[in-house]
Ligand binder design. Structure first.
Ligand code: ZN
Length: 453
C-alpha cells in the first residue's frame, strides 16, 4: 500500500472515530431532539402547603391542537402533571388547576431529576403529531426549595428552578427530587394555640363554674403535638405557655409556620355564639381549594370528639359551608370597605390593592399564612400592626382553623370537659391519614411517549 493511501485511510478512520465520539457525546434523540424552537412561559407559580401550582402561556402554530398537557420527564419516563388549558387561536393558556392547592402534589413525586415541558398533541395536515415546548420563567419569582413531610422512608428535598438539565443549552422548568435529611429549622406543621395571656378566648359556664377557651385549646394542642411527634412528625406550637404572642412580628402566630417552612398551620380553637344554642365542630378552610384534608379533619374530630358537625345556620354568599363540615369565609364588599377605612384610620396612605371581594380569605390564620395564595395583605402600611414578612410570598403554608366544639353550650362544654384529648386524637388521625394519602398521589406515566422518536 502506498504511503499516501495509508495516510488517507488512517485519517479517514480518525475522522470517523471523532465523528462517533461527537455523536456519542452530543445530545441526540431523546427529548432534546423533540423540543420546539419556541418556548412556553410560566407566568406565575406558587408553593402552597404540599403543592406546586403553575400558570403560563404559549404560542403554538402549525398544528391543529387536540390536547395540551404539562409533563415531567427524565428522558426515560414521562409523567403527566395536572393541567387545564384554554385555546384562543394559536394562544394556549394553561394552569395546573384553578384551585389554590390543586397543583402538582410534591409529596407524591418519584425521586429523580426532571424537566417540565408543555406537550401539545394534534394533527399536522393528516399526520398525528406531538410537540414539546420548554417552559421559561416569565414570572416575577425565582425558584422554590421544598422539604417533604417527615416520613419513615426518609425525607426528600425538592428543587423547582429554571435550568438547562437534559435540554442541551435550552432552559426549562426543572424539578430535582432527592433524598435529604430535614434541616433542623424545617417543620411539618405548626399548631396555633388559640388565645392565651390576657385573652382567654370564648367563655362558658357550667354549674356556676367558668371555663375559658384557652383552657381547652392549650391541652388539645399539646396532645396533638405529642401524638404527631410520636408518629415521627416535626411539630411546633405558636406558644406552649399561657401567653399571647402577636400575630405578625418575629415568630408571630401567622408567621412562625412560614419561618419554619412548615407545610401546614393548624389553628386550634373552640367556639362560642351569641345565643349559646350552637354546638359541634367547624373546620375553616381557604376558599377555592381542595377540601379533602379539612373534610377528613371534620370527620375525625366529630368521630373522636364532638360527635356532631356544627349546627350553625349562618350562611351568606361570602360565608358558607363549602364541603361537609367545612366552612369558607371570604371578604365581601362591606368587609373590604371596613378594612380599608380602618387602615386609613391607622395612617395607611392608600387602600390595599390585593384585598379582593369574594377572593381574599377573611380569617387571618388562613389568609396571612398562605401569602399570595390566600390573599394576604398585611404589608405594614397599617400602623396598628407590623407587616407579615410573607404577605407577598409565593412559597407558603396551608392554614386551617379547627373549632373543636362550643364552650358556651352546656352539651358541648360537658363533652369538652369529659374527654378533651379525644378531640386531639381526631386531629392527629386526620393528619396522619392525609399525609399517607398525598404520599401515594403519584403522577401517572405516559407509556408510549417515545413513539416515533
Ligand atoms: Zn378562638
Amino acid at each position: 500500500m502506498k504511503k499516501s493511501v495509508k495516510y488517507i485511510l488512517v485519517t479517514a478512520a480518525c475522522l470517523l472515530l471523532a465523528a462517533c465520539a461527537v455523536f456519542l457525546f452530543l445530545p441526540h434523540g431523546g427529548i432534546a431532539s423533540m423540543a420546539q424552537d419556541t418556548d412556553a412561559a410560566v407566568t406565575y407559580f406558587t408553593r402552597f402547603g404540599t403543592t406546586l401550582t403553575l400558570e403560563g402561556e404559549a404560542e403554538i402554530t402549525g398544528i391543529e391542537i387536540t390536547a395540551v398537557k404539562l409533563v415531567m420527564t427524565d428522558d426515560d419516563a414521562m409523567y403527566c402533571l395536572p393541567c387545564e388549558y384554554t385555546l384562543e387561536g394559536s394562544r394556549v393558556s394553561f394552569r395546573t388547576s384553578e384551585k389554590t392547592d390543586g397543583g402538582i402534589q410534591l409529596e407524591g413525586l418519584p425521586e429523580g431529576k426532571y424537566i417540565l415541558l408543555l406537550r401539545a398533541e394534534g394533527t399536522e395536515g393528516t399526520k398525528e403529531t406531538v410537540r414539546y415546548y420548554p417552559l421559561v420563567n416569565g414570572s416575577e419569582y425565582e425558584g422554590i426549595t421544598y422539604w417533604s413531610l417527615s416520613c419513615p422512608e426518609g425525607t426528600r428535598r425538592i428543587d423547582f428552578y429554571f435550568g438547562e438539565s437534559i435540554l442541551s443549552g435550552r432552559k426549562t422548568a426543572c424539578l430535582d427530587v432527592q433524598k435529604a435529611p430535614l434541616p433542623e429549622d424545617v417543620y411539618d406543621a405548626v399548631l396555633e394555640v388559640g388565645h392565651g395571656g390576657d385573652d382567654p378566648g370564648a367563655i362558658g359556664w357550667l354549674d356556676d363554674e367558668m371555663y375559658t377557651e384557652f383552657g381547652f385549646n392549650h391541652p388539645i394542642a399539646m396532645e396533638v403535638k405529642r401524638l404527631l411527634t410520636e408518629k415521627g412528625y416535626k411539630v411546633a406550637l405558636t406558644h406552649e405557655d399561657d401567653s399571647d404572642p402577636e400575630s405578625y412580628g418575629p415568630h408571630g402566630r401567622a408567621v412562625l409556620c412560614n419561618e419554619l417552612r412548615s407545610k401546614y398551620s393548624l389553628s386550634i380553637h373552640c367556639n362560642a355564639s351569641a345565643w349559646g344554642d350552637y354546638r359541634g365542630t367547624e373546620i375553616y378552610a381557604p376558599g377555592n381549594s381542595d377540601y379533602t384534608f379539612p373534610c377528613l379533619l371534620s370527620e375525625k374530630v366529630v368521630a373522636c370528639g364532638s360527635g356532631e358537625i356544627s349546627n350553625t345556620d349562618y350562611s351568606s354568599e361570602s360565608y358558607y359551608m363549602a364541603a361537609k363540615g367545612v366552612w369558607v369565609r371570604l371578604y365581601n364588599e362591606d368587609d373590604v370597605k371596613e378594612t380599608n377605612a380602618e387602615a386609613a384610620g391607622y395612617g395607611a396612605k392608600k387602600p390595599y390593592e390585593n384585598l379582593t371581594v369574594m377572593k381574599t380569605n377573611w380569617y387571618y390564620m388562613i389568609r396571612e399564612v398562605g401569602g399570595v395564595s390566600t390573599g394576604a395583605y398585611t404589608d405594614g402600611r397599617h400602623s396598628g400592626w407590623p407587616a407579615n414578612p410573607y404577605w407577598n410570598s409565593n412559597d407558603t403554608c396551608e392554614g386551617y382553623i379547627i373549632e373543636c366544639d362550643y364552650v358556651d353550650n352546656p352539651v358541648s362544654l360537658q363533652r369538652l370537659l369529659d374527654h378533651p384529648l379525644d378531640y386531639a386524637r381526631g386531629i392527629a388521625e386526620a393528619f396522619c391519614e392525609y399525609a399517607e394519602m398525598i404520599r401515594n398521589d403519584t403522577p401517572g406515566e405516559i407509556p408510549d411517549w417515545k413513539k416515533g422518536l
